[in-house]
Design a protein around this ligand. Structure first.
Ligand SMILES: *Cc1c(COP(=O)(O)O)cnc(C)c1O
Length: 411
């Protein structure tokens, strides 16, 4: 495998050294093949909000597997899954299931272009929307970590219709719409960014994105692949009270299996084939194992919402890390929404990619290794958010803070 991995973020390129190889996970813990165990803060980069190998989710997958793993024909489970998403996510009136977040964003921008008859897409520096060619510019996370903001193989022609703007800059957005409003099909954004580290939006920024798209006949797409069912049961859109036209979902929606979705206004979604003419298809879309895991996960989140508890645990970890860093005299900024957080080795509040990119990544690497040696598995890049799961408890949080105190003392 290139670089030894199937996805670049796993290769520890942002912190140096060799990745550990995982054997299994249970609750808040990861176990490697050498017999070490770690408190897990990556949660498979977002999906595992219920912790690893949750018994109810595992049981649902086992039951589904016995009935056949793929049919390529409609099932009841797909309908249950669609109903759950429509019930839980405010903007979603109709939804299409796909297999990955990348597919969801790719399909959503195709739909936005097909619906509006326009070409241009606005995206923000440091926002990642999967490895869709036209969105793989200034794309944060793995790309930023490995210093390839623009991938070879993405042609100038493909990316020429993508306008890159600064996150949290309503004036820049206004200027872009003054100049190009007639040709902008959609704005796509992470309503809380996870992919340049955790960066929170300002209310003015989200309001400007909503108003400008409405005024100019463009669509607003919230990429909630990371924030959906994470920052709140109804995603960031329910948290901030801003309703986009289209929403992309992934990660948690599949409960650890490969499923994702895009959905939104019924009149827009009705442009997707076979209701409309915008092509999008998938052999394994709505796969029975994936829908079983997704349904089980969403029902657990709906019937026993962990969000108040996750907020409490997140606040506890934030305060602990902040105090420990202050004691050690380490310049830092901690950004957090609920159970999604980044400790930036950066003396400035991080509001956009320009500020984020000035973080002390070498120091982050030393911090990461100190923690790993003490059994705490943080994201292997300064530019990835950490996640707390419902399986974490005060004991894990406090053990993490203690390990961080030791790490700060010598990093
Ligand atoms: C992870 C992520 C994606 C890509 O999802 P994949 O399933 O990895 O293709 C897209 N957008 C956001 C915001 C993400 O965090």
């Amino acid at each position: 495998m290139p670089g030894g991995v199937n996805s670049p973020a796993r290769a520890f390129g942002g912190v140096g050294g060799k990745p550990v190889v995982i054997q299994r996970g249970a609750g808040a813990w990861l176990y490697d093949i050498d017999g070490n165990r770690y408190i897990d803060y990556i949660g498979s980069w977002g999906p595992m909000i219920l912790g690893h190998a949750h018994p109810v989710v595992t049981e649902a997958i086992e039951c589904a597997a016995r009935l056949g793993t793929s049919f390529g024909a409609p099932t009841v489970a797909e309908n249950e899954m669609a109903e759950l998403i429509i019930d839980l996510v405010p903007s979603v009136e109709k939804v299409r299931l796909v297999n990955s977040g990348t597919e969801a964003t790719m399909s959503a921008i195709r739909l936005a272009r097909g619906f509006t008859g326009r070409d241009r897409i606005v995206k923000f520096a440091g926002n990642y929307h999967g490895h869709v060619d036209s969105l793989l510019v200034a794309a944060g996370s793995s790309a930023a970590t490995l210093s390839v903001p623009n991938s070879p193989g993405v042609t100038a022609g493909t990316s020429q219709d993508t306008l890159i703007l600064r996150y949290n800059d309503p004036d820049g957005l206004r200027e872009a719409f003054d100049q190009h409003g007639q040709s902008i099909a959609a704005i796509i954004l992470e309503p809380v960014v996870g992919n340049m580290g955790c960066v929170l939006p300002t209310a003015e920024f989200l309001a400007a994105a909503r108003q400008l798209t409405q005024r100019h006949g463009s669509l607003l797409i919230f990429d909630e692949v990371m924030t959906g069912f994470r920052v709140a049961l109804g995603g960031a859109q329910s948290l901030f009270g801003v309703t986009p036209d289209l929403t992309t979902l992934g990660k948690i929606v599949g409960g650890g299996l490969p499923i994702a979705a895009y959905g939104g206004r019924a009149d827009v979604m009705d442009h997707v084939l076979p209701a409309g003419r915008v092509f999008q298809a998938g052999t394994l879309s709505g796969n029975p194992l994936a829908t079983a895991a997704g349904i089980a996960t969403l029902r657990l989140l709906r019937d026993d919402p962990p969000y108040a508890r996750l907020e409490r645990l997140g606040a506890r970890l934030e305060l602990g890390l902040h105090r420990a860093a202050e004691q050690a005299g380490i310049p830092h900024h901690v950004a957090r929404t609920g159970s999604m957080m980044t400790f930036f080795f950066n003396s400035c509040p991080v509001t956009d990619w320009d500020v984020a990119s000035r973080s002390d990544t070498a120091r982050y690497g030393r911090y990461f290794w100190h923690l790993l040696d003490q059994g705490v598995y943080m994201p292997c890049s300064q530019y990835e958010a950490l996640f707390i799961s419902a399986a974490h408890g005060d004991a894990e949080i406090d053990q993490t803070i203690q390990a961080a105190q030791a790490a700060f003392a010598s990093c």
